[in-house]
Design a protein around this ligand. Sequence first.
Ligand code: SAH
Length: 373
Amino acid sequence: MAESHNMLPKGNITRAQASKTEVLMRDIIEQKSMNNKRLTREEILYLVTNLKNLEIREWIYKTADSVRKKYMTDTVFLRGIIEFSNICSKSCLYCGINSRIKNVERYRMEKEEILETCFQIKKNGQTTVVLQSGEDPYYTKEKMGEIIKAIKEQTELAVTLSVGERDEETYLYWKNCGMDRYLLRFETSNREIFKKLHPDGDFDNRINCLKVLKKIGVQTGSGFMIGLPGADDNDLVNDINQCRELDLDMIGVGPFIAHPETELKEEFIKHEIDYITGVIAILRLTNPDSHIPATTAFDAVLEYQGRQLALKRGANIFMPNSTPQKYRKSYQLYPGKPCVDESGDDCASCVVGRITSIGRTIGKGPGHSMKRG
Ligand code: SAH
């Protein structure tokens, strides 16, 4: 194997010895990932620090793709996402629909309209609906419960919710109404950064929500944003480690993209697609049997290609936008979000082409967790 350039001999270690150590490191990582053994912090750090090394990065992509194939097969499951309300009581600094943003038209979808959209999702061969919104208290425990029950009774879709932090009683109630899964990103494992970005949030409460969801038997997804202001390689290693520690059914990550209406726009460093898809690859190496979506924000970094690249480098889930077209321009958490002018049907047919063009097949069943099923 050729030598890399950033691990040239230091002190009295010869070039050949350095190269040998590195090859050994890659062998260990490959063996562990292929056998779903946990990587050490040092091994994750090796992967993260070498994401800018072209040769090692190619190896990371290739190995992640093999691990994905072994554990998750060539099947890509489709989860149609409905962004059903952009009303939010929180003021997360990074988010384009946070409560302080004035320049956005606020909307809510009622049960009937959500159900209509679910029928479209089902018709288009998507087997899960993901209901996402701001933290909108209008959707009480009971109101949300009614929506979940109606979807389960009338469509049999798997139901995922992503509506923020609620209490255990509410999560349990929704589970009993038929909720299958829940997505709640921890956003960053760095408490300082978390505090700064969430003036009205609490890191421990968020982690506790994830533990509660797992405890009551809901398939649980979490993740973080790549490249938040102030985060360094060490934080990225911790973020990746945190995902494995939480033993997640689904891991959703995406690049942070500064919204022009937020104060974070000054601190924005745009990461290359090869770097951020490298993070997907490392997550696959560290979590062989978790579902990993190619999230929408990858397309905001590389139009039309970003999500395909993520799928080729470890991801196995695609979440077509199924939000009715008229609401899409009002759910822009970050600029450059794709498909704002498309309809749910447009996205549904486009996505099939994107997946089959890279030699993958569309999942037919609900695509439940490989860990708990
Ligand atoms: N209210 C729900 C849904 C939040 S939106 C909740 O709290 O879970 C879904 C995700 O979008 C967030 O978890 C965050 O990781 C991501 N997001 C928000 N603003 C973003 C930005 N500017 N750039 C990239 N991702 C962003």
